[in-house]
Design a protein around this ligand. Structure first.
Ligand SMILES: [Fe+2]
Length: 153
C-alpha cells in the first residue's frame, strides 16, 4: 500500500512531467533556423513522451486515493538551440533522479509500482544518454566552426 510520502513523490514526478509537456512543446514551437526541421519534431515527441508518463503516473496516484497535481514547475524558455538542448539534458537528468527516488521508496512496498517506475526510468535514462551525445557533438561542431572562422578571419 502506498504511503502518503510515496504519493507525494509521485506528485513531484507528475509536476515534473507536466513541466516537460510545456517546456518541450514551447521549444518545438519557437525553434527557427536550419535545425528546425530536425529538432522541432524531436522536441514535440519529447513533449508527447512526458504526456504519456504524466498520464501513467496520474492514473497511479488516483488509484492510490491521492489527488493528481495540476501544477507544474517553472519553464526554462529560450530561442537558442544549444540552450534548449542543455536545458533538455538537465530536464531528463532530474527525471532520472525523481524516478530513482520514487523507486527506493516503492521497493519492498509495491512490486507492480517498482516495475512501472523501472520501465519509465529506462526511458528517462535513454533521454539522458542521447542528449549527452548530442550536446557533446554540438560542442565539437561549435569548436570546429570557431576554428574555421578564426582561419578565415
Ligand atoms: Fe518522463
Amino acid at each position: 500500500m502506498a504511503t502518503p510520502e510515496l504519493i507525494e513523490k509521485l506528485n513531484d514526478i507528475l509536476r515534473w512531467e507536466w513541466t516537460g509537456v510545456s517546456q518541450y512543446s514551447q521549444y518545438g514551437f519557437v525553434l527557427a533556423g536550419n535545425w528546425r526541421e530536425v529538432y522541432s519534431t524531436r522536441f514535440k515527441e519529447s513533449a508527447e513522451e512526458s504526456f504519456r508518463h504524466a498520464q501513467t503516473i496520474g492514473e497511479k496516484i488516483s488509484a492510490y486515493g491521492g489527488v493528481p497535481t495540476v501544477e507544474r514547475d517553472p519553464i526554462k524558455q529560450t530561442s537558442r538551440l544549444a540552450e534548449m538542448l542543455s536545458h533538455s539534458l538537465d530536464f531528463e537528468q532530474t527525471a532520472v533522479n525523481l524516478y530513482t527516488e520514487a523507486l527506493s521508496m516503492a521497493d519492498g512496498v509495491d512490486r507492480a509500482l517498482v516495475v512501472l517506475l523501472e520501465e519509465i526510468l529506462l526511458q528517462e535514462q535513454d533521454g539522458v544518454d542521447e542528449l549527452t551525445m548530442i550536446v557533446r557533438e554540438h560542442h565539437i561542431d561549435s569548436a570546429a566552426e570557431h576554428e574555421a572562422a578564426s582561419k578565415v578571419g
